[in-house]
Design a protein around this ligand. Structure first.
Ligand code: NDP
Length: 240
């Protein structure tokens, strides 16, 4: 497979599973995360692993340029997947945590899009997949800032898609409900954590990363002239 795919946040959860499944299908991969050792441990073929914080535009761009040179092909798919979700009431979240959420969940996505967008536009092909959330559609308790970041990802993706459509570039928003990953690692409030885990248990822990990755790959592998615009998905037992 001659196509180069960039996945941010590939060291865990959905991003990691995307890396494994795309690699099994023979795609060329650039995997990014801050914990580079976890990317290397995956030991995937045709894969470059780079320690990149998505909020750092220059290192993000440098990694993409390097991968394009290495694989002698341009990025065909960028998956902006990296994200954090420190849950709590807004009055309990310190301002640095709030800013980190905005920086990673929104600016990280803008950085990725900016790095590949003009090239895709000029080549009249390419796909960008932004991992938002059902939290980008409906607000919910303990998610004030997280909701804000994911609403932003939805809005940015929707209008960017309209602006890129004439250039044959696809933009797909993925909006999962609960997926069984390490996303709660940044939630420090024990009570909030307990409530989330109890709720998750009621729906058999929600979707798996494997299931989500499979759906994303299905959407990407549709012919370039078919654009799935948004996929909202959850475990059947989860109402929202
Ligand atoms: P995980 O915590 O398992 O994975 C998050 C990934 O993001 C990690 O690989 C982490 O890597 C990476 N990451 C975080 N911050 C940065 C950063 N600054 N720079 C680069 N990479 C970063 O969670 P999920 O797999 O669940 O999350 C993936 C996406 O899915 C997120 O955008 C999340 O909001 C979204 N989502 C998840 C849902 C769920 O229920 N799990 C539901 C809906 C949406 P590292 O720490 O090594 O940098």
């Amino acid at each position: 497979m001659d196509k180069l795919i960039v996945i941010t946040g590939a060291s865990s959860g959905i991003g990691k599973e995307l890396a494994i499944q795309f690699s099994e299908k023979g795609y060329k991969l650039l995997l990014l995360a801050r914990r580079e050792e976890l990317l290397i441990e995956l030991n995937l073929k045709n894969t470059l692993c780079k320690k990149v914080d998505v909020t750092d535009y220059n290192s993000f761009k440098q990694a993409v340029v390097e991968a394009e040179k290495h694989f002698k092909t341009k990025v065909d798919l960028l998956i902006n997947n990296a994200g954090i979700m420190p849950l709590d009431k807004i009055y309990n979240l310190d301002i640095n945590t709030q800013h980190a959420m905005v920086d990673i969940n929104i600016n990280g996505v803008l950085n990725g899009m900016n790095i590949v967008i003009n090239d895709m536009k000029d080549r009249n092909t390419g796909t960008i997949i932004n991992i938002s959330s059902v939290a980008g559609r409906w607000t919910g308790e303990n998610r004030t800032v997280y909701n804000g970041t994911k609403f932003a990802v939805h809005a940015i993706s929707e209008q960017a898609r309209r602006e890129l459509a004439p250039f044959n570039v696809r933009l797909l928003t993925i909006a999962p409900a609960i997926v069984d990953t390490n996303l709660l690692i940044n939630t420090k409030n024990e009570e909030v954590l307990k409530g989330y885990i109890e709720n998750k248990k009621k729906i058999n822990n929600g979707l798996t990363s494997k299931q989500v990755a499979k759906i994303i790959i299905y959407a990407y592998e549709l012919p370039q002239d078919i654009s799935l615009k948004e996929i909202v998905l959850s475990a059947t037992k989860q109402a929202i």
